[in-house]
Write a protein that binds this ligand. Structure first.
Ligand code: DC
Length: 228
């Protein structure tokens, strides 16, 4: 059967990764979480002391050739974990510490160039569901199916807050809401490939809709696009 490229973009905590993972599993496609790649670079920058209040972009850019990123399948979860220079950093990259800095790192053009090139390589044979911010606009502008997911900032902050509490992080809802709003702003106003909906993307607002219901609709739609 014909394989296609599916781009899933949108604001943070809109259920993009849940949707993209489910869709990839249902279609037998590879799932790529590009946010994990930006998070891993941010973790590296923090570890090296390149982030104080602001990111030392010059130092990070000079280190880019030393950053090796890899997705390694984890048989226990059935998903892939992010490895940074040979070390599993899946846990570290999901912390608030990284969330607070990642948008600044993702705004650096050289970082984007490196990661976009890797993402294009990963998806070159199609049969991929890739989630991020610029997949339908920059990484795969010719993707056969593009989804753009939205939900209110409050709905998204509530989801993220619940996730962080479940992972044992000490955070308040207000702190999470502030982070969601700040990231929305930085991600959509940065100069290099800002977050925006591709003209041919299907917009899905799930503030009031269950993710399962939304998934079923999209799955049917994807099957129709593949059969075309
Ligand atoms: O999807 P996420 O929340 O894990 O992404 C983390 C950050 O990385 C997000 O604030 C924006 C950035 N990002 C990006 O700029 N481009 C992508 N393709 C994916 C993520």
């Amino acid at each position: 059967m014909k394989k296609i490229t599916i781009a899933v973009d949108g604001f943070s905590s809109t259920g993009k990764s849940t949707m993209a993972k489910q869709l990839a599993a249902a279609l037998g496609y590879v799932y790529v979480d590009t946010g994990a790649m930006y998070r891993a670079v941010t973790h590296y920058a923090i570890d090296q002391g390149f982030i104080d209040q602001h990111v030392d972009a010059t130092a990070l850019i000079a280190h880019l050739p030393k950053i090796n990123l890899e997705f390694v399948p984890n048989p226990a979860t059935g998903r892939s974990d992010m490895y940074l220079n040979g070390k599993n950093v899946e846990k570290e990259i999901r912390t608030m510490k990284v969330s607070k800095q990642v948008s600044q790192v993702a705004a650096i053009t050289e970082v984007r160039e490196k990661l976009v090139e890797m993402q294009q390589q990963m998806g070159k044979d199609k049969g991929v569901v890739m989630d991020g911010r610029d997949i339908g606009t920059v990484v795969f502008p010719d993707a056969e199916l593009k989804l753009f997911m939205t939900a209110s900032a409050e709905t998204r902050a509530a989801r993220r807050y619940k996730e962080l509490l479940e992972r044992g992080e000490q955070v308040t809802y207000d702190e999470v809401l502030k982070n969601v709003r700040e990231r929305d702003w930085i991600d959509s106003t940065r100069e290099t490939s800002p977050l925006r909906k591709a003209a041919d993307a299907i917009e899905l607002d799930n503030s009031d809709m269950g993710l399962q219901e939304q998934f079923e609709r999209i799955h049917e739609f994807a099957k129709r696009v593949i059969a075309k």
